[in-house]
Design a protein around this ligand. Sequence first.
Ligand SMILES: [Ca+2]
Ligand SMILES: [Ca+2]
Length: 184
Amino acid sequence: MSNRFTPLWIFIILVVLTCLTGSETARAQTAGFTSWSMIVFSSNRSGNYELYRADGDGNHQVQITFTPEREYNPDLNRGGTQIVYERRIENNIDLYRCQADGSGVFQLTRHSSPDYDPQWSPDGTKIAFVSERDGEPEIFVINADGSEPVQLTQNGLVDISPTWSQDGQRIAWIQHTYYAGTTH
Ligand SMILES: [Ca+2]
Ligand SMILES: [Ca+2]
C-alpha cells in the first residue's frame, strides 16, 4: 500500500484533479482519494454539490449522488468499495456511507452538531472524524456502521483533519486556536 501513497502519485492525482476541476470550486480540488486506480471528489458542476468517481487518470467520470443537499469530502476505503462523506443540510453536517457506485446510502451520524472530515481506517473497520457535539471541534472515531463513538480529544482548542497511520494504530490531526492562529 505504501507504494500507492508515494508523494509522486499524490502529486500526479492532485494535478490531474486540479486540471479537471480547475474551473470549479476549491472544494472539488480537495477530493478524497485512497487508491490511485479510482478517485472520488465533490463538485458543484451540476449546480448542486454532488459526489463523482473517476479512474485514477481522471477519465470515466460518473456522478454518484443526486440530492438537493450538498455532498462533500468523500473518502474512499482502501479496497475501493465504500465511500464515507459529508452531507450538509442547512447548518448541520452528518456523515454518510455508500458503495463506490453511490448505492446503499447509509447515515452514520445523527447529531444536531456538525460531524465532518471523515477518514477510513486502513482496515476499513473504523472512521475518524471531527464533531462539534461538545461545543467545538474534537476528534472522534466510530465503527464503520456508525456505532460506538469514541471521543479522542477534549479540550478548548480546535482539533481537525484526522489522518490514520499506515498501521491504523495512531491518528494525527491538526490542533490550533482560532485566535492565536498557531498550528501544531
Ligand atoms: Ca447534492
Ligand atoms: Ca478541541
